[in-house]
Design a protein around this ligand. Structure first.
Ligand SMILES: Cc1cc2nc3c(=O)[nH]c(=O)nc-3n(C[C@H](O)[C@H](O)[C@H](O)COP(=O)(O)OP(=O)(O)OC[C@H]3O[C@@H](n4cnc5c(N)ncnc54)[C@H](O)[C@@H]3O)c2cc1C
Length: 415
């Protein structure tokens, strides 16, 4: 029977909301997860599936800022970073905050915090599996591929002597991955600290496990606002007119979190950073491991019966419009690194929004203005990897007021 009131309501059944519900339910609290779509339909479904905690760092980075201007000016439609001039006014406030936050000091501090947060992420995925969460995993390696000598030299120097890392020549890379084209000048092979998962299966696997734990999971529920009493959020308002009461509420609405926070009576600075994917079913060829197409920050990933290409960060506000020119550009990027872009039976084009904070660091913890509203969002490129530790941190904060990992650097009230 449906309850009138839950201990915790989680808004958003993306990977972050599902991981949070899992940790909260494990601690014996009653949980309701609501979403206006099926679990994991948004950013959590079409991403690259890389669980790579060591790569975690704020994407707001003085180095990226300089490189980003170069990308936009020189690479036109294939630049890893894209802006929509028409949409710029809607993200102006966020953009200024990002400019001010873009210092070396902030980046160093943010990276250190994200490394601590993600330290046990691989182990947490393993624990999910041991606890009956079923999903497709490819624990093989990660090959970062280069078409420019200068870029290869920079990365090879940075990784020189690191454990689990091997620098390959172009020929060695092609020998291991015959799909790579003649323009590859070298590659960095990673054999530790990484796994690849097929993202939709993690979401459906977690959603199924939640049901067996007694979690109430409701789809087709669109949250429109909140009923407040001073600094307490009493209930959520839905588009059907029903209200959902709880002691605590977790906002895990990905790229929509900023807009929804305002409707609930709080605030946060989160915008959408759109990425694109092409997934080809039954492809004529696929690599044996995840290939990072370094100069364009794109990825080619083999899954069971599929190959997926992902790439681009498009700052065009909160929207899910697929621009055909970006799909064409992603295909061109893939063609620069591969002998040929594989043909397949069907091809699915996709876009999804990364949730982007202005300082590049996730926002996890209590929200401003409302004592019982919590936020788990703003993970940029790392939301799949950092979902399990985010869920754990939120569950600990809600149930004990403290967390094993220092929550200070992630405090949503910093904006
Ligand atoms: C191209 C691309 C590649 C990526 N690759 C990787 C990778 O390899 N590794 C990695 O770690 N990360 C990766 N990411 C990032 C990762 O996908 C995201 O950080 C992560 O999926 C965010 O999950 P989420 O649960 O916060 O948001 P989402 O998955 O977007 O879920 C938010 C949910 O909130 C719901 N919602 C919103 N508003 C409402 C409302 N009003 N009422 C009800 N429900 C609502 C939505 O329906 C949605 O289901 C990638 C992202 C992109 C775009």
């Amino acid at each position: 029977m449906a309850r009138d009131k839950h201990d915790v309501v989680v808004i958003g059944a993306g990977i972050v909301g599902l991981a949070t519900a899992y940790e909260v339910a494990k601690r014996g609290l009653t949980v309701l997860v609501v979403d206006d779509h099926q679990p994991g339909w948004a950013a959590s479904t079409g991403n690259a599936g890389m669980v790579y905690p060591a790569a975690g760092e704020p994407m707001v980075n003085p180095h990226h800022m300089k490189a980003g201007i170069g990308w936009v000016l020189t690479r036109g439609g294939q630049s890893p970073l894209q802006f929509s001039l028409l949409k710029l006014p809607s993200i102006m406030g966020w953009g200024f905050r990002a400019l001010f936050a873009c210092t070396q000091e902030n980046h160093t501090r943010g990276k250190a915090a994200m490394q601590v947060l993600g330290a046990d992420a691989l182990q947490q995925f393993e624990t999910y599996k041991q606890d009956g969460v079923e999903y497709e995993e490819h624990p093989g390696g990660f090959l970062s591929c280069f078409i420019k000598e200068k870029e290869l030299e920079k990365i090879a120097t940075a990784f020189s002597g690191a454990p689990g890392v091997e620098i390959l020549t172009g020929d060695q890379a092609r020998e291991g991955e015959p799909l790579l084209g003649d323009d590859i000048v070298g590659a960095v092979q990673l054999t530790e600290g990484f796994t690849s998962v097929y993202p939709p299966t993690v979401c459906t696997g977690l959603a199924r496990r939640l049901l067996t734990m007694g979690v109430d999971l409701r789809t087709d529920v669109h949250i429109t606002g909140g009923v407040r009493d001073g600094s307490i959020l009493k209930a959520l308002e839905t588009s059907s007119g029903a209200t959902l009461a709880a002691d605590h509420f977790v906002l895990a609405a990905g790229g929509w979190s900023g807009k929804l926070a305002r409707k609930l009576g709080s605030k946060t600075s989160i915008t959408g950073g759109k990425g694109y994917a092409i997934t080809i079913d039954d492809p004529s060829a696929k690599p044996g491991q995840t290939l990072f197409l370094n100069e364009y920050e794109a990825v080619a990933i083999p899954f069971d019966g599929k190959i997926r290409f992902t790439g681009f960060l498009e700052l065009s506000g909160v929207n899910m419009k697929i621009l055909p020119r970006r799909i064409r550009a992603l295909r061109k990027v893939a063609a620069r690194y591969l002998k040929q872009v594989p043909e397949g039976k069907t091809e699915v084009h996709w876009t999804g929004m990364r949730a982007c904070t202005p300082d590049g660091v996730p926002a996890i913890g209590r929200m401003p203005k409302l004592d019982n509203l919590w936020l788990g969002s703003g993970h940029w490129h790392f939301g799949l990897t950092l979902a399990p530790p985010t869920g754990l941190m939120l569950a600990e904060l809600i149930t004990t007021g403290e967390s094993t990992v220092d929550a200070g650097p992630f405090d949503p009230r910093r904006f």
